[in-house]
Design a protein around this ligand. Sequence first.
Ligand code: CO
Length: 216
Amino acid sequence: MQVLPHLFANNVRWAKEVEAQEPGFFKTLSEQQNPEYLWIGCSDSRVPANEIVGLKPGELFVHRNVANAVVHTDFNCLSVIQYAVDVLKVKHIIVTGHYGCGGVIAAMNNVKLGLIDNWLRHIKDIAHKHQEQLRVISDIEKRQDRMCELNVIEQVMNVSQISIVQDAWARGQELHLHSWIYRVSDGMLTDLQNNITNPDDAVEIYHDAINNIQKV
Ligand code: CO
């Protein structure tokens, strides 16, 4: 007896469709992976990495966790970044948040959810850091939207400070960092204009992005 048979049926259908569209696709893919992008996104089931940007298997290296956090002591995330930068030599690291992120909203509201509260502590620190900017946004949804944006910008700043990324820039490796946000209600991505390509410009670009509150 097969458990969850509909998922296996979906898998067979998908694999056949892919192979029919591009004969030899899986064999070619099995021989190497050469992605140009590392995607760091939220675990939210409504924010699937490859589909949003229309990329096929093999084109996007992916790390996802609750609220797309990049924490300097998280060896899971650091290992993904190290492998992506040093071995796969990706050219772009894209942190993608999303409006209405349950992790971000829980952190803002001090909701008690269990173990995850400790993970969300990092997001609470960001809400605290930007409390003056957030406090003046009276509409609660707009305040949450802005916090989701600020979270992405801060996580990209974290990426820029990681030794792996700093070392890559120091040896002249091409590496671009991007801050994107996705709206679940219309499927659209927005670039938060926090694109960092070297350590010298990082702080200035970050401050501009933090102070750019026109979007809300
Ligand atoms: Co989320």
